[in-house]
Each structure stands twice: as structure tokens, then as C-alpha cells.
Design a protein. Structure first.
Length: 416
């Protein structure tokens, strides 16, 4: 039996030490696990810059479909997006160059250049649509914006030639078309617009040569085919013109002005049924085209379908309330129809003249018809005033039928 004293075990201390050891191990474990599953930082997203390509493709497709109003808006959006995109891409290229990322910088500069090219084409496309809508001043402005971005754009110069020609400034049209040819000697569209401008100046030999050159360069250009047809039309070769307009329509079936050109030549040939069909088609592919409905009205008028003619003229006025020509043509219906309503005819002719914007020949015609309408009503004081205005224009107009109409009006009012 031992008398040595046994030491007492300190259990609370042991428990505390074990607890600290467990806690330390847990913390070390969680640090490792957290470190392993920690999500890496998300890099900042690269900003998306629109270069106008989608907007431009949409505008081109809308134009191809003949949806000119929608195409007009789309070209505006494309020009704006491409111009802004070019600026932003240039800024990004400069920032990348500062960071020493030269390859990326060069790629962005190339994209910026392509955006400028696209903006130029968008402005040129916008200009063409504006010409077709009769907004020549705005079309010229759009082309000049394109040329500000790229003064060597043969496309913009060619459309500028079209805008000047349709506005009636034939010399500037010729100059712009020739400039386009200088920039690209094999550009068919430039020769086509040059042909049109020459034809409007009655320089038919040069017009025919330019028109044939355009078709030779690109027989699949509807502009080349149409404008050669226009030259033949101006020369009085309506049968030849019909062939060319038909070829143009095969290439671009949804452009109403091609159908109008075809209809006008059928009308000149006395083929009124075919003319009405062409004018009708023009209203179908572009139901917002006031000119198309006016020509449809004329086609029906030629066939003495006065009710249908009136519907066409009134629809034209609905689309374009200050369309003086259509307003005067309403006067035709009331003046020439068998029922004869001279009061309404006079009212229509007067409104047309007040609207203005008519050329001398049409102004003289409507003045004479106004005078006759008033003379038939016995309103000779007003009739003489209108007839005198028509008479003043006869020297510039040189129309034997108009001379006869004015003489008839004065005779009706003799002694009254």
C-alpha cells in the first residue's frame, strides 16, 4: 500500500483547451474553403457601339419593298446611328492606343471608317427618297451632308444630280453627274442621271449616248433602264420607252415612279386601258403617293370615267392637301363632264391657282378654263380678268388650243 498522494485532474481546463483547439481548426478550415470558392471579380462589360449597319440594312429593304415613308425614317435613323457610332469608335480607338493596345485600336479605327462610309450611303439613300417625294431642297441638303463626310462620294454626287434635275436646275444636275463620273468612271448610275439631265435640256444626242453607256455598264440597274426610257420618251419614241420602263420594273417592281413612267408612255400611245393598269399598280405599291392617284384620275378621265377620275383626284388631295394640279383636275371633271357644273369647276380652278406652284403652261390653262367657266355663268367681269391673265401667258406657252379657248371666252362675254 502506497502512501503517495494522487494529483487531481483539472477537467474544466482540459475541456477549455479542447474547445479552443476545435475552434481554431474550424476557422482554419473555413478560411481555406472560403478562399477556394471565392468568386472572381466580374470584368466591366465592353460598351456596345452601334455603327448603323442594322438601321441601314432595314432602310435598304424598305426601299426595295417600295415603302418610301418608312424607308425615309429608316435612312434618317441609319445616318444618325452611323455618324454617332463613327465618333464613338474613334474615341474608343484613341483610348485603346493610349493603353498601348494598338491592334485593338486599329480595329476600332477601321470600324469607325466603315461607319462613315455607311453614313454617307444613308444620306444618299435619304436624298433619293426625298426626291421621289418631291422634297428637292431637303434632298439636296441630305446629299451635301454626305459630301461633307466624304467629298469623293460618287454615290452622293449622282443622287445630287438627280435632285437638281427634278428641281429643274439642269445645269447643276449635269455638273454633279459629271463630277460623279470623274470620281468613278464606270458608275452606271452617274451616266443614267446625266442622260436624264441632258434630255431635260433637249440635248438628245448626248442624252442618248449617256443613257446607252449606263445600260452598257450595268444592264441590271433599274436607274439605267428607266433613264434610257426617259430619254426615248422625251424624244417621242414612246414604244421604245415602254420597253425600257418594263425592264426597269422587272428589276425594281415596287417603285411607283417606274409604273407611273410606264403609264405615261402608254397614255401617249393612246393605250388608255394599259395606262390605267400601270397607274393603278403605282397606287398599290405606294398607297401614300399623291401623284400616283392624280395620274390614275387622269387615266380614268381619258376614258371618260368621270366618277372614277374624281375619286382619284380627291384621293390625291387627301394625301397632299395643297396639291394644286389635282385640285385643278377636279375642275376638269366638273367642266368637261356631260352634266356641266361650271360653278364647281370655277371654284376648283380658282383654288388651284391660289395654291400656286404650277408651271406657266398649267397656270395659263387653268386661268383660261376659269375664265370660260365664269363666262358660261354670265360672270363676265371676273371672266375677262381670268382670260386676260391667261392671254398674258400665251406668248411663253404657245398652245393653239389655249389661244382658241381664250378667244372663245372673250366672245361669250361680248357686249356683256
Amino acid at each position: 500500500m502506497s502512501f503517495r498522494r494522487h494529483s487531481r485532474i483539472n477537467w474544466p481546463l482540459i475541456v477549455l483547451i479542447l474547445a479552443l483547439m476545435v475552434a481554431s481548426g474550424y476557422l482554419a478550415y473555413t478560411k481555406v474553403v472560403v478562399k477556394r470558392i471565392e468568386t472572381p471579380p466580374t470584368p466591366a462589360p465592353t460598351p456596345t457601339i452601334s455603327d448603323g449597319s442594322k438601321e441601314f440594312a432595314r432602310a435598304q429593304e424598305l426601299f426595295r419593298q417600295g415603302k418610301l415613308e418608312e424607308a425615309l425614317s429608316a435612312y434618317q435613323e441609319a445616318a444618325s446611328a452611323a455618324s454617332q457610332g463613327s465618333s464613338e469608335l474613334s474615341d474608343l480607338a484613341s483610348a485603346l492606343a493610349t493603353q498601348g493596345k494598338m491592334a485593338e485600336s486599329q480595329a476600332r479605327r477601321q470600324e469607325a471608317h466603315q461607319a462613315v462610309v455607311r453614313a454617307v450611303s444613308a444620306y444618299a439613300g435619304l436624298g433619293k427618297v426625298l426626291v421621289l417625294r418631291g422634297r428637292y431642297g431637303e434632298a439636296i441638303e441630305a446629299c451635301n451632308k454626305a459630301l461633307t463626310l466624304d467629298d469623293k462620294s460618287y454615290e452622293a454626287q449622282a443622287v445630287l444630280a438627280m435632285a437638281y434635275d427634278w428641281e429643274g436646275d439642269y445645269e447643276r444636275a449635269v455638273t454633279a453627274a459629271q463630277r460623279a463620273i470623274e470620281l468613278k468612271t464606270d458608275y452606271a448610275e452617274a451616266y443614267a442621271y446625266l442622260a436624264e439631265a441632258y434630255a431635260d435640256q433637249f440635248r438628245f444626242d448626248q442624252a442618248l449616248a449617256a443613257g446607252l453607256k449606263a445600260v452598257e455598264l450595268n444592264a441590271k440597274s433599274y436607274n439605267a433602264q428607266r433613264n434610257l426610257g426617259y430619254v426615248l420618251e422625251k424624244k417621242g419614241n414612246y414604244g421604245g420607252a415602254v420597253v425600257r420602263y418594263q425592264k426597269a420594273i422587272e428589276l425594281a417592281p415596287n417603285l411607283s415612279y417606274l409604273h407611273l413612267g410606264l403609264g405615261k408612255n402608254y397614255r401617249a400611245l393612246g393605250k388608255y386601258t394599259e395606262a390605267v393598269a400601270a397607274f393603278q399598280r403605282a397606287t398599290e405599291v405606294d398607297p401614300k403617293n399623291a401623284e400616283a392617284f392624280d395620274w390614275l384620275g387622269r387615266g380614268h378621265f381619258d376614258q371618260r370615267n368621270y366618277e372614277l377620275a374624281l375619286q382619284g383626284f380627291e384621293k390625291a388631295l387627301e394625301l397632299q392637301p395643297r396639291y394644286a394640279l389635282a385640285q385643278g383636275h377636279i375642275g376638269w371633271v366638273y367642266y368637261f363632264a356631260p352634266t356641266k357644273d361650271y360653278a364647281r369647276a370655277a371654284e376648283a380652278f380658282k383654288k388651284a391657282l391660289e395654291m400656286g406652284g404650277l408651271d406657266q403652261a398649267r397656270t395659263a390653262e387653268f386661268q383660261a378654263e376659269l375664265g370660260l367657266s365664269l363666262a358660261y355663268q354670265g360672270k363676265c367681269k371676273d371672266a375677262r380678268a381670268a382670260l386676260k391673265k391667261a392671254q398674258e401667258l400665251l406668248g411663253a406657252v404657245s398652245d393653239p388650243d389655249l389661244v382658241e379657248a381664250v378667244a372663245k371666252g372673250f366672245k361669250l362675254c361680248e357686249g356683256k
